[in-house]
Ligand binder design. Structure first.
Ligand SMILES: [Cu+2]
Length: 105
């Protein structure tokens, strides 16, 4: 019985994982590599800094509020979007950087 339950849990974990995708958004020349991104709830976006200076990616949107902090070239930080909605992503250091992520169900 224990093993059957364990197996069921494993299958569920694999199935849940299979439907989630990971996206990569670069920060290059003080811009996000895309200005608009459409993802599904549960998907993850990895923000990778391709510039030789710091970026600090954040959002104040209701669908997802986050602050990745500042990090240098070559580093990336990933965040998972679990709620549907529109997330406006900005950089605390470079105010011209804008990205809209549309999270669908
Ligand atoms: Cu920046």
């Amino acid at each position: 019985m224990f093993f059957r339950n364990l197996f069921g849990c494993l299958l569920f974990a694999i199935a849940a994982n299979a439907s989630a995708a990971e996206f990569k958004v670069d920060q290059k020349d003080k811009q996000f590599s895309v200005s608009h991104l459409k993802i599904k709830a549960g998907d993850t976006v990895n923000f990778v800094n391709g510039d030789p200076f710091f970026h600090n990616v954040f959002s104040l949107s209701d669908a997802k509020t986050f602050d990745l902090g500042s990090y240098p070239q070559g580093q990336g930080r990933a965040i998972t979007f679990n709620n549907p909605g529109v997330v406006e992503v900005e950089c605390a250091i470079h105010s011209q950087m804008k990205l809209v992520i549309e999270v669908t169900k």
